[in-house]
Ligand binder design. Sequence first.
Ligand code: CA
Ligand code: CA
Length: 179
Amino acid sequence: MLCVVLVVAGITMATWTTGVTSRDNVFATGDLDLIIRNEGSWVWDEHVHATWSATNMYPGQDLGMGAVHFINSGSFEGQSFDLAVSNTSTVADMDKFIEITHMQYENGKGHNMLDGHHLHDVNLNGWIDLDDLESQPQLALSAPSTTGALYMRYRFHPDAGNQFQAASVTADFTFTLHQ
Ligand SMILES: [Ca+2]
Ligand SMILES: [Ca+2]
């Protein structure tokens, strides 16, 4: 059995604080608080573990669309947003065969991450995949002002060989909002 588990986890809460204290002055600080929810869920949570998964995958199979939604519930507007992934493959380099066929970041405006200006085929296998995203975290994107979303679609690449039978990839996504 071939399978891929795409875990959306590790939400980073960015908190703005100041250590300055002086007599008779008060410096009040605000914060950034990034929370997410799964597609199909109404619950916003800092500790959501959204799981995009596919089992019994075969080479060439479309793995469908996954979505995760964001909201900044803090008192500051976020200035920038980072998106990173860390992959664990049970058979080496399997993440290179999880092709990303669609990747759209929405924050009031749609950003096609496959437009040639964001994600590149850095491992030079001819397609954009989870390994490319792992080595190119998408940093300093414009922040989700109130809400935002990430939509991704995957395909198990047709060139995947028999070495990946009974193997799996786990991809942990981390989203960071900066003041
Ligand atoms: Ca590639
Ligand atoms: Ca990798």
